[in-house]
Every structure is written in structure tokens, then in C-alpha cells.
Design a binder for this molecule. Structure first.
Ligand code: SF4
Ligand code: SF4
Length: 465
């Protein structure tokens, strides 16, 4: 490939050559000569002149070079996203849970610590921030310490008025401790909710089980039925959080099933390896995962082309691995950080210890401070500097401005190198999403505009991990 055109990724799709321009995230169709020329293969001299002329023009317009500004750290610091681990206890014993590895004394947050934590958040974090979002997401089951959720909601509203900041709160639950009393409280509150549900009863009960081995699916369905009758939009719009473990069947069927039983958003994400010795996801599973994702992207593309959005809208969310890629590529939004961990995203344990995120809180060496002693500013600075352009294997990768170097936790667990599965899947999905955009654009540009309009309105809300 000739030097100035190295910022392009070329691949074949159904007999045509598609190019993803790294600097602008534009998608082009190339003819064979142009493809050969860009890849540095031999081309006819006369053709070469014509192509050079065409390419010079494109270079002037900013294509095929590392142009355009990606996100800045200042943009991230507008909104703080705190995961409060109000408990590390849980009545379930799910196969991929990492909360048992977290060390904190006590393991259940007291009212005093919750109060002090809120004061810390509103008093300490950037004055420039417009909003604070506090979620009860990981660790144990948040509903097993429901008084803290109520306290944070009520005190948070008071503090947001005092400090003139926007404030939002929500939690992710496995549903097993939900009861009428809690639902009655939630009915009158503005608290977002996400339910962990892994698909059909059979799929769900493979991993989400009680200590006696019994599945928890029936609890999810009971709660979901009650939520359908709610007048509160927060409850009525409850999202599904679905972990794609290796035993999962068709991803299309998982999505259809969850939408059909009433979820408006389905945040599907691949299970993350938390054990070096005994990884849940291994290299030999990649072909199968890729096939299921390829089918899902083709299904969604067909749906869009048929003007059917029922199953498309639930996927379009920043908390959905595929949805996030579609959003960023459709909007040509370049990112430098995989997530806001350590910058404007933190996880706080029941004892007030502060970590970059919930997964990182399993690694005591990544602790950044405590709500009583503050955050180590040097550590925070290091997180701010950790863009994909600082990462050895990523700084020249064609996928860098969408992937941004994959999850920092997975990287840490993999000896500070990109996790192979995440890295391969990111490149694979970017190609499939480019095909999706190309197909829709060729077939009906109006549908592409509609998709862009749809994803533009999606709020960035990184409420889960
Ligand atoms: S993790 Fe892999 S796909 Fe992502 S930027 Fe790095 S090398 Fe590229
Ligand atoms: S993507 Fe990884 S590093 Fe970022 S918040 Fe999630 S688990 Fe943590």
C-alpha cells in the first residue's frame, strides 16, 4: 500500500471491495484497479495516472489520512458516572459473577457511608461537570440493600438542587428480591431499571441460578409482567441486560424473544473473561460467535430495508456491543477511549474505596482512592492519558477510532495486550456494520438517513458494565 493511503481498511463483500476510511469513518466502494493501487499492487500506468488524480482530490477533502478531531477528555468530564456497590451480597450464584472476588470490609454499605459518598461526589468532582449519574450496577444484588437506593435517590435530588447539577440514578437487578413494597416506591420515583435476563427460560436458567441450583427465570417474568402495567416511564421502559455466554444459541432468537416478552432495549454483550486460568471465552469459540453475529447483522439490515424497526431499535444503545459500533460508525463518531473508566467513571465499594470501574474493583492494585481520603490525582491523570493512540498494538490499527483499544480490564488481565477475542470481534463487527451501512445506502438512502436520525437521538448512558 502506498504510504499516504495507509489509513484505509479494504475488504471484500459480495464481489465488491469496500474501504473504511480510518480518519473519517466513511465507507467507499472501490473498483478492482483502485483496490490494487491502494494496496500497492501492480497497476497499468495509464490507469495509475487517472487514479492518482482522483485520489489527490480525495486527499484534499480530508480522506485517506488521519484527519478530523476525535473526542477530547474534556467532553467526557461533563458527566460523571458512578457505580455504587451498595452490597456485595447476592442470593444468586451466577456462573460469570465476579462480585465474590471483590474485597471490602464491610461488604454491605452503611447509610453513613452512602451519605458521605454522595457528599464526596457532589463536592469533589469537577465543578465544570453538568451532571452526576449514580448507578447500582454490579457487585452484589442492589435490591438486597434497597434502603441505600432510596437514600441515594432522595439525598441526590437535594444535592443536585443545591449544586445546580443534573442527577440521575438507576439500578440493574436480577429481580429475585423485587416485591410489591419496592415496586410501590419505584412507581413514584424517577429511578431507571435494567433487568439481567439471558434469553429464554432454558438459556437463562443455565447460568442465573440460586445456590441450590434452581433457575431464577420465573422471578424475571413475574416482575416484567407487573412492570407492563406501570404508568411510570422508568419502569415501563425497563431494559434487558443479556450476557452472551458460549452456550447461547442464535443471537437473533435471543433478541426476538426478549423484545417479544416486553423489553424495549436489549443490551447484549459478550461474557468477559475474569479468570486467567479458567477462561469462559476461548479462541476456538470465535468462529461460532462470528457466525451468530453475522446472522444478527444481516437480520437487522433486512429488517431496516423492509422498514421494520421493532427489533432494530432495542439494539441501538451504547450499552449494546453491536449497537455501540453501529452508532459510532453511522454518526462517524471517532473515539479515543474505550470507556470513561478512571476519568469520569468510577466504582465505589461498600467501604468507600474508589476504583476505575466495577470489573477493576476485583483488582486491589488498581484502587484510586477512598471517599474519605480522596482520589490519587496522578492515577487519574494516567487514565486520562490512556487513549488508543498511546497503546502500542492499537495506535496504527485501522479500527482504532471505533474500538479505542478494547476494555482496559480485559487488557490488564491479558498482560496489557488487547484481549484476542475482543480485538478480533471488534474488527469483525466493524466490517459487518460497514456492509450494513453500504447495503442500506445502495438500496435506499432514505432508510440510512432514518437510521442515522434514530441513533443521533440515543443518549449516552453507560449505566452498566
Ligand atoms: S484492540 Fe485490536 S481492534 Fe482494537 S484498536 Fe487495538 S488492535 Fe485494533
Ligand atoms: S469497558 Fe472494561 S474497563 Fe471500561 S468500564 Fe467496562 S469493564 Fe471497565
Amino acid at each position: 500500500m502506498i504510504k499516504e493511503f495507509s489509513n484505509v481498511h479494504i475488504f471484500e463483500y459480495n464481489g465488491v471491495f469496500l474501504a473504511i476510511d480510518v480518519g473519517t469513518l466513511s465507507i467507499f466502494e472501490l473498483n478492482e484497479n483502485m483496490k490494487d493501487y491502494l494496496l500497492g499492487n501492480k497497476v497499468d500506468n495509464q490507469e495509475k495516472e487517472m487514479m492518482e488524480e482522483e485520489l489527490t482530490d480525495l486527499l484534499k477533502k480530508g480522506y485517506f489520512q488521519d484527519s478530523g478531531k476525535p473526542q477530547s477528555v474534556e467532553g467526557i468530564l461533563n458527566c460523571y458516572n458512578i457505580s455504587l456497590q451498595n452490597t456485595l451480597e447476592c442470593p444468586l450464584n451466577c456462573s460469570y459473577c465476579f462480585s465474590k472476588k471483590i474485597k471490602s470490609d464491610p461488604r454491605i454499605m452503611t447509610k453513613q457511608t452512602a451519605h458521605d459518598t454522595l457528599q464526596f461526589i457532589f463536592n469533589t468532582f469537577d465543578e465544570k461537570a453538568d451532571s452526576f449519574e449514580i448507578y447500582f450496577t454490579s457487585g452484589g444484588e442492589p435490591l438486597s440493600n434497597f434502603p441505600i437506593i432510596k437514600q441515594v435517590y432522595e439525598e441526590g435530588i437535594e444535592l443536585s438542587i443545591k449544586y445546580k447539577k443534573r442527577f440521575k440514578t438507576g439500578f440493574t437487578t436480577n429481580s429475585v428480591l423485587m416485591d410489591d413494597e419496592k415496586l410501590e416506591y419505584l412507581e413514584d420515583a424517577q429511578i431507571g431499571m435494567m433487568m439481567s435476563v439471558d434469553g429464554t427460560e432454558e438459556d437463562h436458567n443455565k447460568n442465573r441460578i440460586f445456590y441450590n441450583g434452581e433457575g431464577s427465570y420465573k422471578n424475571v417474568i413475574e416482575v416484567l409482567e407487573k412492570l407492563k402495567n406501570s404508568d411510570n416511564v422508568c419502569l415501563n421502559n425497563t431494559q434487558a441486560l443479556t450476557v452472551l455466554t458460549p452456550d447461547k444459541g442464535s443471537y437473533i432468537e435471543v433478541l426476538k424473544y426478549l423484545v417479544d416478552i416486553g423489553f424495549r432495549k436489549v443490551n447484549m454483550k459478550l461474557a468477559r473473561n475474569t479468570e486467567k486460568e479458567n477462561p469462559l471465552m476461548t479462541k476456538d469459540m470465535l468462529d461460532d460467535i462470528k457466525k451468530k453475529y453475522r446472522d444478527l447483522v444481516e437480520f437487522l439490515t433486512d429488517e431496516i430495508l423492509q422498514n421494520r424497526w421493532k427489533y432494530v431499535i432495542p439494539v441501538m444503545d451504547q450499552n449494546n456491543m453491536l449497537g455501540q459500533i453501529v452508532i459510532n460508525m453511522a454518526l462517524r463518531k471517532k473515539v479515543l477511549y474505550r470507556c470513561d473508566a478512571g476519568k469520569s467513571k468510577f466504582s465505589i465499594l461498600p467501604n468507600g474505596d474508589i476504583y476505575p470501574c466495577d470489573f477493576m474493583s476485583t483488582l486491589p492494585e488498581t484502587k484510586m482512592g477512598n471517599v474519605y481520603s480522596g482520589i490519587d490525582s496522578n492515577k487519574r491523570e494516567k487514565w486520562k492519558q490512556l487513549t488508543c493512540l498511546e497503546l502500542e498494538e492499537c495506535k496504527y490499527c485501522w479500527a482504532r477510532y471505533v474500538c479505542a483499544g478494547t476494555c482496559y480490564y480485559s487488557r490488564y488481565m491479558n498482560g496489557n495486550k488487547p484481549d484476542l477475542i475482543e480485538c478480533e470481534m471488534m474488527k469483525f463487527l466493524m466490517e459487518r456494520v460497514a456492509e450494513m451501512i453500504y447495503r442500506i445506502r445502495c438500496d435506499n438512502v432514505g432508510k440510512l438517513r432514518h437510521l442515522i436520525k434514530l441513533v443521533k437521538n440515543i443518549k449516552v448512558n453507560s449505566h452498566d458494565e
